[in-house]
Design a protein around this ligand. Structure first.
Ligand code: ADP
Length: 263
């Protein structure tokens, strides 16, 4: 049996009995590994040429000799699309690192309060005064986990809240303790999400409104990244939303991940 990957599943069977199902998933796992490696390699290879293109576009844009309005517009468009591709490649690389289970979480004690304060600052600069952004910190508890990964997951929720909320809307970033669990949430008064879309939001490239997501700089990978980070932290995502009223993305961390703030 060496080299075989077996999946075992215990299911209820008849009255008070259980059935053990064993499946050979060796082939499936091999294909999954190949897919992951392929995406990681392609993304990595595309990074360098894009950096070169981006660099020259920047130089050309700063050149006073670029005179005609057509050239200026072409340069601006090329720069915008290059930045989009770069963001997409960075997100693909983050996702493939997270999917690789051998890259274990580098567990440290993460100060969620100061992380939330950083997020507030990032949110304010992203929003540029277009929204009212509030921070609510009701717990000093810290979290056992990877600061980099948590920053990326929380940051994606915050940037979504800004992107899917019209000017003048309100956004709340919050950290508290509820029923022994750690609760981090981002709430917005934005466009909201219809119930049938909610179960699929964390799929790669799943978007409700393609053009809106692209226009606002989305890669379609943000919530897939969130899902992977949460799996690695034994945390759970809960989405509560009402179309036209707004959304709230709750992240629940189990008690065993909490470290008392006074420790
Ligand atoms: P994207 O880069 O397209 O925003 P995400 O994975 O972050 O990708 O989100 C997936 C989709 O979920 C988005 O395209 C959008 O339709 C929806 N969505 C995410 N966050 C919000 C939000 N706060 N309000 C409304 N819709 C949202």
């Amino acid at each position: 049996l060496q080299g075989l990957i077996i999946s075992l599943q215990l299911v209820p069977y008849g009255y008070n009995q259980k059935l053990l199902i064993s499946r050979d998933i060796t082939r499936f796992e091999k294909i999954e590994t190949m897919r992951r490696d392929f995406i990681a390699n392609v993304s990595h290879e595309l990074r360098t040429p894009l950096t070169v293109i981006g660099g020259f576009l920047e130089t050309l844009s700063a050149d006073d000799n670029v005179s005609s309005s057509f050239n200026k517009r072409a340069l601006a468009l090329m720069t915008e699309q290059t930045t989009r591709m770069q963001r997409l490649i960075e997100d693909l690389l983050i996702l493939s690192r997270l999917e690789n289970e051998q890259n274990k979480v580098n567990e440290k004690i993460v100060n969620v309060v100061s992380l939330a304060q950083d997020l507030l600052q990032d949110a304010e600069s992203l929003s540029a005064g277009r929204h009212q952004i509030k921070l609510n910190v009701a717990s000093q508890d810290q979290l056992l986990g990877s600061e980099e990964e948590l920053r990326s997951a929380f940051g994606n929720l915050v940037s979504n809240a800004i992107r899917y909320t019209a000017d003048g809307g309100e956004i709340i970033i919050s950290w508290e303790k509820r029923h022994d669990q750690g609760l981090f949430f981002v709430q917005d008064s934005g466009i909201g999400i219809e119930p049938e879309h909610i179960p699929r939001l964390t799929e790669r490239f799943y978007r409700i409104d393609n053009s809106r997501s692209r226009e606002t700089g989305g890669t379609g990978l943000g919530l897939a990244i969130v899902k992977h980070v949460l799996n690695r932290h034994e945390a759970r995502l809960e989405v509560i939303s009402k179309v036209g009223k707004g959304s709230r993305f709750n992240i629940w961390f189990p008690a065993k991940r909490l470290v008392s703030g006074n420790a």
